[in-house]
Design a protein around this ligand. Structure first.
Ligand SMILES: Cc1cc2nc3c(=O)[nH]c(=O)nc-3n(C[C@H](O)[C@H](O)[C@H](O)COP(=O)(O)OP(=O)(O)OC[C@H]3O[C@@H](n4cnc5c(N)ncnc54)[C@H](O)[C@@H]3O)c2cc1C
Length: 380
């Protein structure tokens, strides 16, 4: 009997394996990954600089221990190049295996900045341990860092870099950070809190040119102004890795399209985590992928289980102003009601019947996220 094959050693791939082993100790599982397969928690990448952590220190469990703890064969440094759905096989340079069931946990790629000179050695994106190691190695004590994008990842890095003592400027097209997730009042408070830590913001602008300037780099913004830096960190978004699935004839859209059991358009092939699109939504966060992993593990162990998401607030790791964010479902009609106090900011998204449809809690209020999550769907 061929093993269950998981492709990907990120939080999604390892969570499926861990959850499956809680239910089934015997069925052979092979996990294949393009990286080294050591286990780490990706969210730590954006708060590790101030803590002085190296990439090696972010590894919480080495590959060999993952393999023995979870009774799996782990094939590292193997980039799968083809899936043969009809023949139930996957191939990589130098190897191939059959599968009884296949789980795609391929993650997402940072969207490359169109102006960044590939190979300039000064423009980085940080999406895995290797990226983090390269970025950290390039930083010098006095480095000026320009961040492209003031979304969740850009804002977290801005906070971390500023806390680590670097001069940080953020170029962000939106009118305030995380504008797609949080209302203006909270966005302004976050921008101010980070500005107090030394972050300079350029809202409503994009970089039109990025050029080497002496030892450093110069960004020309769309209004002609210039930002000078030593290093650029691009954080303009992520794109699900869909190409491998598409080449195998699976249905893809923004992500690899799956049904509520996480099954793709091919029988016995599933997708989880940042690469998966469930019900038209790609939710590139830890809580959704944990829910997906639990449901999928049950299905793989023989108990067909449909995914049901609970309320899943996202914690934004900006110690200057911690946030807990639970955005309303796309298309939900309503308005923000914002209350500010010494305890922080409480922004509730209410529909016409004052039913709670989403929230953003900032400062000390962020600790109340479970209480507010429990009130979701109820009048407040
Ligand atoms: C800096 C940063 C901070 C974040 N902070 C938070 C946070 O605070 N809270 C939160 O909820 N979320 C956060 N996120 C998002 C969260 O970390 C991700 O949603 C999650 O880690 C995605 O896990 P994944 O396993 O789907 O993908 P990945 O971790 O990207 O794993 C993908 C795996 O697939 C492998 N792979 C890909 N293609 C192939 C191939 N062809 N063959 C073999 N292997 C392949 C890769 O090598 C890798 O092992 C953050 C993300 C980033 C980048």
């Amino acid at each position: 009997m061929d093993p269950i094959v998981i492709i990907g050693s990120g939080l999604a791939g390892y969570s499926v394996l861990r959850e499956f082993r809680k239910r089934d100790q015997d069925t052979p599982v092979t996990l294949i990954c393009a990286d080294d397969g050591h286990f780490y928690s990706k969210p730590n990448l954006s708060n590790a600089l101030a803590a002085g952590k190296s990439a090696e220190q972010l590894v919480s469990t080495p590959r060999a221990k993952m393999a023995s703890d979870l009774k799996a064969e782990i094939v590292a440094h193997a980039r799968v190049t083809a899936i043969d759905v009809a023949g139930r096989r996957v191939r990589w340079a130098g190897g191939e295996t059959g599968y009884s069931k296949l789980i795609l946990a391929l993650g997402a790629d940072p969207i490359p900045h169109s102006l960044a000179e590939p190979g300039s050695g000064k423009v980085f994106a940080v999406n895995d341990l290797q990226d983090y190691a390269a970025f950290r190695a390039a930083l010098r004590p006095e480095s000026r860092v320009a961040i492209l994008g003031g979304g969740l990842i850009g804002s977290e890095f801005a906070n971390d870099l500023a806390a680590a003592g670097y001069a940080v400027e953020v170029v962000h097209l939106g009118p305030w950070p995380l504008e797609r997730l949080i209302p203006q009042e909270v966005g302004r408070a976050l921008a101010d809190a980070l500005a107090e830590k030394g972050v300079t913001w350029h809202f409503g602008h994009t970089a039109k040119a990025i050029e080497t300037a002496g030892e450093g780099i110069a960004l020309t913004l769309d209004d002609g102004s210039r930002v000078e830096a030593d290093i650029v960190l691009s954080a303009i978004g992520l794109r699900s890795r869909t190409q491998l699935a598409a080449s195998a004839g699976l249905q893809v859209n923004r992500g690899i399209v799956v049904d509520k059991t996480l099954q793709t358009s091919a029988a016995d092939v599933y997708a989880v985590g940042d690469c998966a699109e469930v019900d038209g939504q790609v939710l590139p966060y830890v809580m959704p992928l944990m829910q997906q992993a639990r449901a999928l593990a049950a299905t793989l162990a023989g108990e067909r289980t449909e995914l049901r998401y609970p309320a899943m607030p996202v914690v934004v790791k900006t110690p200057a102003l911690p946030l807990a964010v639970l955005p309303p479902a796309p298309g939900t009609e309503g308005n923000w009601r914002v209350d500010c106090s010494d305890a922080g900011i409480c922004a509730l998204y209410l529909d016409a019947g004052t039913v709670l449809q989403g929230f953003v809690l900032a400062g000390k209020q962020a600790a109340q996220r479970s209480q507010y999550a429990a009130k979701l769907g109820q009048p407040v």
